[in-house]
Design a protein around this ligand. Structure first.
Ligand SMILES: [Zn+2]
Length: 329
């Protein structure tokens, strides 16, 4: 069944492309079929891996779909231009020698393209003072939404309230998940959240025999930046640190100092699984941009049709469309 679904999807994509490549014929279909078989073989193999992500939250077992016909522009190219206008450059916000910073940029980087707001000056804030200064300068506003004080950058708030107003008119609602924490967070908040995943995961992998007492003690004692780097390295071998231990910690919470919530451009929505709510948010420039973090929306201030030319590509997970940086190696 899975094989059939994937194949018909892939063949469907071949059919769409035929419009542009009249030469694609039976040979193309044959190639697609071979590809399908290979794909499904790899899926079966991955199901035997005890550390595989569950299918409901796995970015791996989903297929990317481009919205419309437009191929997405290169994220780095668009970013370079956007940063030049702000009189900065990629290396200054995210040094290429820092693998953690680059990973953060490629996972959470959509916010650096946001319009009519102030994106953060760095990929990783390293102190409370640095975060406080950015947040003060970025001019955020507070509104009470459903009993919680929500703090967001001015334009992000304006558009969120518009989306909510429309939702209420349609008998729906857009409410913050976990109260005030749904929007602005401090550096300390992001550090505490990191530990709510990092610490239990260490205990778990120790019990499982995948980490030793000495490794756990060493990891806990590492300076934060090195700690993040080692966690991401361990995840490459299936030692995951997300809440359910099935995927990267970065798809569960942000590394300290890196959150889009620190940038006051993110809002966690209770009603994320309502397709109409997602449409209303998208109409106001709010999109899901962190793969598999379902309730998390990012303010980009862009129209959905313009996202590909802004260096973002769409990936569908569980029927929900995520817009992530189009990074080509
Ligand atoms: Zn969030």
């Amino acid at each position: 069944m899975l094989l059939y679904q994937n194949c018909s999807r892939l063949l469907g994509e071949c059919k769409t492309k035929k419009r542009y490549l009249p030469g694609v014929s039976r040979y193309g279909k044959f190639l697609a079929l071979v590809l399908c078989i290979l794909l499904d073989t790899s899926l079966v193999l991955s199901q035997n891996n005890p550390y595989r992500m569950p299918s409901h939250s796995s970015p791996i077992t989903t297929m990317a779909h481009q919205s419309g016909d437009e191929a997405p522009a290169s994220f780095y190219e668009v970013l370079r231009k956007a940063l030049k206008k702000r009189k900065t450059d990629v290396d200054r916000i995210c040094p290429h020698t820092d693998s953690v910073a680059r990973r953060i940029l490629e996972d959470y980087g959509a916010m650096f393209l946001a319009k009519k707001v102030t994106p953060p000056p760095v990929c990783i804030f390293t102190s409370e003072a640095e975060v406080a200064k950015f947040q003060e300068d970025a001019d955020y506003v507070t509104e009470n939404i459903d009993g919680a004080d929500i703090e967001l950058q001015r334009e992000a708030m304006k558009q969120l309230l518009k989306a909510r107003e429309k939702a209420l008119k349609e008998g729906l609602n857009i409410t913050p998940r976990d109260g005030a924490e749904a929007a602005r967070r401090s550096y300390a908040d992001s550090y505490e959240l990191w530990n709510t995943r990092f610490m239990p995961a260490l205990d778990y992998w120790l019990q499982q025999g995948r980490l030793t007492e000495a490794q756990v003690a060493r990891l806990k004692a590492l300076p934060l930046h090195e700690q993040i780097a080692e966690v991401l390295e361990l995840e490459r071998s299936g030692i995951y640190f997300s809440k359910d231990l099935s995927k990267s910690i970065l798809y569960s919470i942000a590394a300290p100092g890196t959150s889009q919530h620190i940038a006051m451009l993110a809002f966690d929505v209770n009603e994320f699984d309502n397709v109409r709510v997602r449409e209303l948010l998208a109409e106001q420039g709010w999109f899901q941009t962190v793969l598999s973090d379902l309730p998390h929306f990012t303010f980009l201030g862009l129209k959905e049709k313009d996202l590909p030319k802004n260096g973002l590509k769409s990936v569908v997970v569980d029927g929900q469309t995520f817009w992530i940086p189009n990074v080509t190696q």
